[in-house]
Structures are given as structure tokens and as C-alpha cells.
Ligand binder design. Structure first.
Ligand code: ASP
Length: 448
């Protein structure tokens, strides 16, 4: 038995929906289907989730929002028309949107999550209803119906442990195909809370894990994961297989094909994830598993928007508790960091620059005052390039390849870090060099 998830572009219009139904209806093992909200039909199109966020803003700022409701419903109406659906659901959807607006207009966070959930929710109902009309027994079940209980953290919910058992029991006797909307769950009081953006991947992973699915098939619009960003590298190699850990390292620094929070449930229950293409379903795609035959580097990723807080203090290495006090300052200010390269008398904290918004001056003042450092500076516009691959452990010269390539392109390295697990290497560079560095590293590892 398989759990399948179809992303926004796979369910963006009637043509795509027919494709996904073809994929699931022709395979009895594909039983549990998680769907996203309709995504972009072309480059300039707007995702239904973004239209819904626009609706939240209009309601919150007391603007006229009827036009937006009409625009959202039009997306679904067009799908219904092109599918020749006999029993239209549009009026039910209209009532649902208006109900949420009435109920939550003075509770912005609840309103946001309730309205945001509608993209997935309506799409799942519509697809289930159409499949039934085609004579294929299909059930729509909402996250509330199946027991997907999440923390009460609007727009950033986390699944609660109890959900796994509940989902397993609730879905045990479901008949026919089961269609479930992705992206949201309900808290213990039944209020809707969404995951972070792109969170339908998380829903699919939770269900796959609850049901011990043989594989979690995640359908998108590319044939698997590439070794580097295809917007930077021309036709990069596809990755046939990689491990959960390698995927985590790559998605941390910009690989967005699969939501990084979705890895945890499948990693824990060791369910393989197969990233596949709705438009080319016979292509094997990329398989994410617990282990694999180790080869060299599997991918190169790069993300921008980092900052580095650099400090120096003479005899820092002798000062017991220096790092602990530094980390307590970060903890008190609710700031998380990503890397902490250090020397004997200096240490740097690399973090996502957005975390400093509104806190920078206070943070620097605290470090200066409490740690009495000799020098303190903050550098922004830093990019982090990750070279990832299990094989690194046993391969001599992996770092050398990248540094040679950077040297050849005159790219200045600000820092280098390798974790103890030896599955990735981090290079800190200036943002302006990011694309050139990806090209250089890709060439060094994949074309020689
Ligand atoms: N529709 C949501 C988004 O656009 C969730 C998803 O597609 O996974 O973020």
C-alpha cells in the first residue's frame, strides 16, 4: 500500500487532475492520496493559497473582499466546468469562506489559518467528488476526520504524537480511494492550524508513517531531485538515490523540492520517499532511503541571507564558560544559530540574518557587555554553500576539489566547516559569488 501526495502544479487545473486520477486509479496500491491547493498553471499565475492570503489581508484591513472571493471560487468553478462535474460544490465553498470570515474576523491568526486551509480542503472535496462521479469509490476525509492533531501554533503547527495512532485507527477500514487535503491539522479544540508553507508534504509524510506505507510517493512537476539548482546549472544530473540525512543537508541550504519538516516522520519509521513527476509518471524519479551504496558527492546547494557575528578575545580558549554564556545570550533572545566555526581566540556565530531584525543592537550590546570581547563585528550578505555526500567519509580530496574550483574563479572563502558525521562540508562565501560558486563546485564534482 502506498500514500501519494500531489503538489500544487499537479492539481492546478482539470487537465492535471485527470493526470493524477489516471495515476492513482490505475494502481490499486495507491490508496491514500494527499492533495495540495491548486498551484500555478503558468509562470505568471497565482497559487490559490496566495489568493487566500490576499483574502485574509482584505478582511483584516476591512477592504472590500467580494472580488477576491469571486476570483478564488472562479479557479474551482473552471475546474468543475472542464471536468463536467454534475454536482457543483461552489456554493458550499462560498458558504464555508463566508462562515470563516464571520466567525474569525476579529481573530487574525485563526482567520488566516482557516482561510488558508480552504485551498487544499476544497480541492480534495472536488477531486473526490469527481472521481466518484467517474464510478470509482472515493472518500474525502478532512484532517479532523482522520485525527491529525497538531500544536496550536498558527501557520507553523507541529504534529502531536497521538495523531499517528489515531490516523492508523481511523483509516484502517476506509474503503476505496481516500482523498485528504494537505497542509493543515486541527488543534485539541478543533481549530485549524496550518503547517508552514509547502506543508502538504508534511501531511503526506505523517499519513505514510501512521499507516506504515510501503513507500511515500511525492508527485511534483520535476523528475526527481537534481544535484544542483537547475536555474543555475544547465541540465544538472538527477539524483537516483540519496539518504534522509543527505536530503536534510541539501534542503537546509535551498533544495525546496521536498519540505524539510516532512523528512522526520518518514525517517523515524524508515519509509522510503519517492519523488516523482506527475507529467512523466514512468520516470523512476529520486528515492530517499535510510542507507545507500556510498558514492562521492551527491549534490551541491547554496542559500543566501546569512549573517556572521564575529568576536575575538585574547586567551578565549582559556576562559571557561565563554561559549556557554554566548549561547545563553542567544537563548534569552530567542535566536537560533546554524554554525559556529571557531579558532583559539575567536568564534563566529552564523545565523539566518532575518533573526536579527529588531534585535541586532541589543544582541551586540549584550555580547560586548557580558563577554567583554576585544573585537566584535557583524557581517551580512553571506551565502552558505553545502557539498553533500555520504561518500565523503572515505574519499580523500573532497574539500580540495571545491577549494581548487573556488580559487580558479577567484571566489574568496570566508569559512569552512565540516560536521563530525562527515556527510557535508560547509563553505561560507559572499552572496555575490553564490551562483558562480555553485557552478564551479558542480563542475568540479560532477563533470570531471
Ligand atoms: N498550498 C500550500 C502552499 O502553497 C501548501 C502546499 O502546497 O504544500 O504553501
Amino acid at each position: 500500500m502506498k500514500v501519494c501526495k500531489f503538489g500544487g502544479s499537479s492539481v492546478a487545473d482539470a487537465k492535471q487532475i485527470k493526470k493524477i486520477l489516471n495515476i492513482i486509479n490505475n494502481d490499486a496500491t495507491k490508496k491514500y492520496i494527499v492533495v495540495s491547493a491548486p498551484g500555478k498553471r503558468h509562470n505568471k499565475d497565482v497559487k490559490v493559497t496566495d489568493l487566500l492570503i490576499g483574502l485574509v489581508e482584505a478582511v483584516t484591513y476591512r477592504k472590500d473582499y467580494q472580488e477576491l472571493i469571486a476570483q478564488i471560487l472562479e479557479r474551482f468553478l473552471q475546474i468543475e466546468r472542464e471536468l463536467n462535474i454534475r454536482h457543483s460544490l461552489i456554493e458550499t465553498f462560498r458558504t464555508q469562506l463566508n462562515d470563516y470570515i464571520m466567525r474569525y474576523q476579529d481573530q487574525p491568526e485563526r482567520l488566516t489559518d482557516a482561510l488558508k486551509s480552504c485551498g487544499e480542503d476544497f480541492n480534495a472535496q472536488l477531486i473526490a467528488s469527481y472521481n466518484n462521479e467517474q464510478g470509482i469509490m472515493t472518500t474525502y476525509l478532512s484532517p479532523g476526520d482522520i485525527g491529525l492533531i497538531v500544536s496550536d501554533e498558527p501557520s507553523n503547527a507541529i504534529v502531536l504524537e497521538e495523531s499517528y495512532e489515531k490516523i492508523k485507527n481511523n483509516l484502517a477500514h476506509a474503503e476505496g480511494k481516500v482523498i485528504i487535503p494537505g497542509f493543515f491539522g486541527v488543534n485539541k479544540n478543533g481549530d485549524i492550524n496550518t503547517f508552514s508553507r509547502g506543508g502538504s508534504d508534511i501531511t503526506g509524510a505523517i499519513i505514510a508513517s501512521s499507516l506504515s506505507s510501503d513507500v511515500y510517493e511525492n508527485f511534483t512537476d520535476v523528475s526527481g531531485i537534481f544535484s544542483a539548482n537547475p536555474n543555475i546549472v544547465d541540465h544538472p544530473a538527477s539524483i537516483i538515490q540519496l539518504t534522509y540525512e543527505e536530503m536534510r543537508e541539501l534542503s537546509y541550504a535551498g533544495f525546496s523540492v521536498f519540505h524539510d519538516e516532512a523528512l522526520l516522520p518518514v525517517y523515524r519509521s524508515q519509509i522510503p520517499v519517492n519523488i516523482k513527476n506527475t507529467n512523466d509518471p514512468d520516470h523512476p524519479g529520486t528515492l530517499i532511503t535510510n542507507t545507500r551504496q556510498s558514492t562521492g558527492v551527491v549534490g551541491v546547494s547554496c542559500d543566501t541571507g546569512f549573517a556572521s557575528i564575529n568576536m575575538k578575545k585574547y586567551l578565549m580558549n582559556r576562559e571557561i564558560g565563554f561559549t556557554r554564556r554566548l549561547l545563553s545570550i542567544l537563548e534569552d533572545m530567542n535566536i537560533s544559530y546554524e554554525h559556529m566555526p571557531s579558532g583559539i581566540d575567536d568564534i563566529s556565530i552564523i545565523l539566518r540574518a532575518h533573526q536579527l531584525e529588531g534585535k541586532e543592537a541589543k544582541l551586540l550590546e549584550k555580547i560586548e557587555h557580558e563577554l567583554k570581547v576585544d573585537a566584535l563585528s557583524i557581517e551580512k550578505n553571506i551565502a552558505i554553500l553545502m557539498v553533500v555526500g555520504l561518500g565523503m567519509k572515505t574519499l580523500v580530496g573532497t574539500a580540495n576539489k571545491a577549494t581548487e574550483a573556488f580559487k580558479a574563479h577567484n571566489i574568496n572563502l570566508k569559512m569552512i566547516n565540516q560536521g563530525s558525521s562527515e556527510i557535508s562540508m560547509m563553505f561560507g562565501i559572499e552572496e555575490k559569488d553564490a551562483n558562480q560558486a555553485v557552478l564551479a563546485a558542480y563542475e568540479a564534482y560532477f563533470t570531471h
